[in-house]
Ligand binder design. Structure first.
Ligand code: HEC
Ligand code: HEC
Length: 194
């Protein structure tokens, strides 16, 4: 797998300064610029390990921002900015990113054995919550077009029980029996979905 933590760390350090300034932002536009500095223009990430947030369901976005702000979900990179967000900011950010264009399907990723992936996801009914096209709904995340290395991280965090959230029970249950290799296959499959 291709996670390069040092690259991500130095990238994060360079945007932290920006995050610090914009944390006192007054306008939604200024906040969005700060978010986009990490999450990519209009929420479409161009950085390894950084999730795209464009076209995530509004409710999912709001929940995650509240969890991150309140520390239930630990995201160190976002600590400073998250604690300054008002409920009103969170509602506005949820609405804004939910209506952006979804991230494009990943091209040129590893070849996916769809039959094998289906053997993993069908018994676990991923689509019953995340929707048939994996666009997400309500408190449930969009997975289609998400960065594969981030999907692997999210799944391993649920498996290890370190990520808290609305769906943590269900997500622990489906991930506990997945091997690292299974997660990578599932992630490659979902990332390549339009
Ligand atoms: C300094 C970089 C940085 C900034 C600035 C930042 N984020 Fe994040 N954000 C991250 C990282 C890194 C993660 C992934 C955490 C993980 O691996 O679990 C994340 C996760 C998220 C998630 C959860 C995504 C998911 O799919 O689970 C949401 C929602 C989010 N950020 C929204 C925002 C918003 C809105 C802003 C602006 C107010 C913002 N972020 C600013 C780095 C940043
Ligand atoms: C019973 C409903 C349910 C099922 C079944 C389910 N999920 Fe989830 N999933 C959720 C919910 C709800 C969340 C949001 C969790 C949170 O609040 O942190 C989530 C979050 C995720 C995330 C994190 C996304 C992000 O952007 O942070 C991934 C990845 C994921 N699910 C993959 C899967 C896969 C793969 C399967 C099948 C193996 C699956 N899920 C089955 C409900 C479900």
């Amino acid at each position: 797998m291709l996670i390069r933590p040092r690259i991500l760390a130095s990238f994060l350090a360079s945007v932290l300064l920006l995050a610090g300034t914009a944390a006192q932002a007054e306008s939604l536009q200024e906040l969005i610029e700060t978010c986009d500095a990490c999450h990519g223009k209009k929420g479409v990430s161009e950085v390894e390990g950084m999730p795209s947030i464009a076209a995530q369901p509004d409710i999912f976005l709001q929940y995650q921002l509240v969890f991150i702000r309140d520390g239930a979900r630990k995201v160190e990179a976002m600590e400073d900015i998250a604690k300054k967000l008002s409920d009103e900011d969170i509602r506005a950010l949820g609405a804004y990113y939910a209506r952006q264009r979804p991230p494009p399907a990943l091209r040129g990723g590893p070849k996916v054995d769809v039959a094998k992936v289906k053997q993993l996801i069908e018994p676990r009914k991923c689509n019953s919550c995340h929707k048939e096209d994996y666009s997400g709904q309500g408190e449930t995340a969009r997975l289609a077009g998400q960065r594969p290395e981030y999907l692997v991280k999210a799944l391993s965090d649920f498996r290890a029980g370190v990520r808290r959230g609305r769906g943590m029970g269900a997500m622990m249950e489906v991930s506990i029996t997945l091997h690292d290799q299974d997660m990578e296959m599932i992630a490659a499959y979902l990332a390549a979905k339009p």
